[in-house]
Design a protein. Structure first.
Length: 89
């Protein structure tokens, strides 16, 4: 089972919907999640500056930086086996 590291923003007056969606998707896909919640604007801004990103969440899988929620969806889709197609005439 793959390990996921998720950094998401959950401020007193705002919860990032993409962060919770990323957490839910990782859970559905069976990842072991280590979740880090950014709880203040200062903490969030420092984290974004450190990682040179403009939005949260930020996801790492098995130590590899995946990116945000959209990147996570693309990564998971790319990892799934392609269905075999059978052609009929």
């Amino acid at each position: 089972m793959a390990n996921a590291l998720l950094y998401r923003m959950d401020l007193p007056n705002y919860t990032c919907g993409y962060g919770t969606a990323a957490r839910d998707l990782l859970r559905r896909e069976g990842f072991d999640i280590e979740e880090h919640i950014l709880r203040t604007r200062r903490e969030t801004d420092a984290f974004k500056d450190k990682h040179n990103i403009t939005t949260t969440p930020l996801i790492f899988i098995d130590g590899v930086k995946i990116g945000g929620f959209t990147d996570l969806k693309q990564h998971i889709k790319a990892q799934k086996p392609k269905p075999k197609r059978f052609w009929r005439r």
